[in-house]
Design a binder for this molecule. Structure first.
Ligand code: G1P
Length: 301
């Protein structure tokens, strides 16, 4: 069985749900507490044993490449000023020379098309795919657990979580079959099902392990939901040739592509940070029990 060495990060998305914040700044570079969103996702991949990080970018995304570059002048200045904590932290996040690749999705044709753009960089080996909007609890690495399941089952693995059935139309939804090791057999997949037609409430949460045969399918994949080339539709075709297993992730996931999910992520990661927990927790309690300033004004007349 081939080891999962490479991970693809489709970071070409326009971030329209988050305008105007994302007009000039890629949504992946927005900060959750003290790191850009993309750093959480790359750290998750590294923790799962990934050795090569492939970014499918687009126009206005060059700053992502800069973020993962070795910033010699900055490191040198930090060293001379004795700022060793900051320096060590930066070095710990730094990919080694040759560990990153960047390619561009020239047109926003959908997630399936973005993944297909990485075909030559991935080559003929299974790979991980991490959607950068979704960040997960650091203590419970979703991809690491999927890699462990892959070690037992091989084939293709998709991570899923439960959603409110009323929200199922926003996601890819899977059908659940028999349990296998720490996962289960996938019996079907549908991208953004119409209300009342979802096969379950288990949604694809943005982490995948895929076999390279997906690329040949994506090459000819017709447009699906939202008139985009959908990865889920291509996976459904691959499922006729190879097995797919579901991994039910039990940690928390935050959709940082939406303002609400992004704020939830900031609150959660601030409260999980021992240095911030007390202060931020106290502020939240205080604000929650206070009257909103607009309400106060109304009462004052
Ligand atoms: C994509 C996938 C979908 C998945 C979702 C998770 O949809 O196509 O299957 O459930 O990400 O965020 P998008 O968010 O691009 O509409």
């Amino acid at each position: 069985m081939k080891k999962i060495r490479k991970a693809v990060f489709p970071v070409a998305g326009l971030g329209t749900r988050f305008l105007p914040a994302t007009k000039a700044i890629p949504k992946e570079m927005l900060t959750v507490v003290d790191r850009p969103v993309i750093q959480y996702v790359v750290d998750e991949a590294r923790e799962a044993g990934i050795e090569h990080f492939i970014f499918v970018t687009g126009r206005n995304k060059a700053v992502i490449e800069d973020h993962f570059d070795l910033h010699f002048e900055l490191y040198d200045t930090l060293e001379r000023r004795g700022k060793t904590t900051q320096l060590e932290r930066l070095k710990g996040m730094q990919p080694d020379a040759g560990q990153t690749s960047f390619t561009r999705q020239q047109e926003p044709l959908g997630l399936g098309h973005a993944v297909w753009c990485a075909r030559d960089l991935v080559g003929d080996e299974p790979f991980a795919l991490l959607l950068p909007d979704m960040i997960m609890e650091t203590e419970k690495s979703c991809l690491k657990e999927m890699v462990a399941l892959y070690g037992e089952t091989g084939n293709n693995i998709v991570a899923v979580q439960e959603c409110d059935p009323a929200e199922a139309h926003k996601y890819g939804i899977v059908g659940k079959g028999a349990d296998v090791h720490s996962g289960f057999e996938i019996t079907g997949m549908v991208e953004k099902p119409a209300a009342g037609t979802a096969p379950s409430n288990l949604f694809l949460n943005g982490r995948y392990i895929l076999q390279p045969e997906i690329f040949a399918i994506l090459e000819n994949q017709e447009r699906g939901a939202g008139n985009e080339i959908q990865l889920t539709d291509a996976m459904l075709k691959l499922e006729r040739l190879q097995r797919f297993y579901g991994y039910h992730y039990k940690g928390r996931t935050f959709d940082c592509g939406s303002p609400e999910g992004f704020i939830e992520a900031n609150i959660a990661f601030a409260l999980w940070n021992p240095e911030m927990r007390d202060r931020i927790g106290a502020l939240i309690d205080e604000l929650f029990s206070e009257m909103h300033p607009a309400e106060r004004q109304k009462v004052a007349g």
